[in-house]
Design a protein. Structure first.
Length: 204
């Protein structure tokens, strides 16, 4: 009987350990570098907020700010764009959001044996190739998994938390790289996911 109880204890501990890998709340800061044939744009940053089944992904530069607010329960997405005195809002239903990401259907993920450490997490390298020939080179860690992972729809089936990725077009001429620089596991204020009711012009 003692052996059975001890065995069950180890099973419970193992289940608890696996459950702890799911990160329900976090804030992740990224640096963003864009390269085309003639220019390299830097000074751009991105911040990801996750709270249960909600996410907010911000892209910030000196000229503009774009925020995407995701409601994981309904599948709806709100896109906010701010440039100077111009403020625009787009409301995408779940169906429209899925349609906008149709190009990611049928993508293939190929892992490699290359690894590197990002923010203290061991990350595996992989390449995600789309049907149009464009690709994403990424590093993800299996140590933690976000509770909501469709903030970058193309990575929704990656078995871990993507902490760095590089995308290129089908000709390989343009490249954009996101690299995580900080991760904070403290609670995220619920106000981060509030949708503005004034001050924005709604566009289709």
């Amino acid at each position: 009987m003692k052996k059975i109880i001890l065995g069950l204890s180890f099973v419970i501990i193992a289940i608890a350990a696996n459950a702890q890998k799911i990160i329900g709340e976090c804030t992740v800061d990224f640096t963003v570098t864009y390269t085309d044939k003639a220019n390299v744009a830097s000074g751009i940053t991105s911040t990801l907020y996750i709270k249960a089944k909600q996410a907010r992904l911000e892209l910030n530069s000196q000229a503009f700010t774009q925020s995407k607010i995701f409601n994981g329960k309904t599948g709806d997405v709100i896109i906010l764009q701010d440039a100077g005195n111009s403020h625009f809002m787009r409301k995408l239903s779940s169906a429209k959001w899925l349609g906008a990401n149709k190009k990611f259907e049928g993508a293939t993920l190929n892992s490699s044996t290359d690894k590197k450490t990002i923010l203290g997490y061991e990350c595996e390298k992989a390449t995600l190739t789309l049907k149009d020939g464009s690709s994403y080179k990424l590093y993800y860690t299996k140590a933690i998994t976000p509770s909501f992972n469709e903030y970058e729809y193309q990575f929704k089936d990656v078995p871990g938390f993507v902490l760095e990725y590089e995308s290129t077009d089908e000709k390989g001429a343009n490249k954009i790289t996101y690299s995580a620089t900080k991760i904070n596991l403290n609670p995220v204020p619920a106000a981060k996911f509030d949708v503005p009711t004034t001050g924005y012009r709604v566009i289709e």
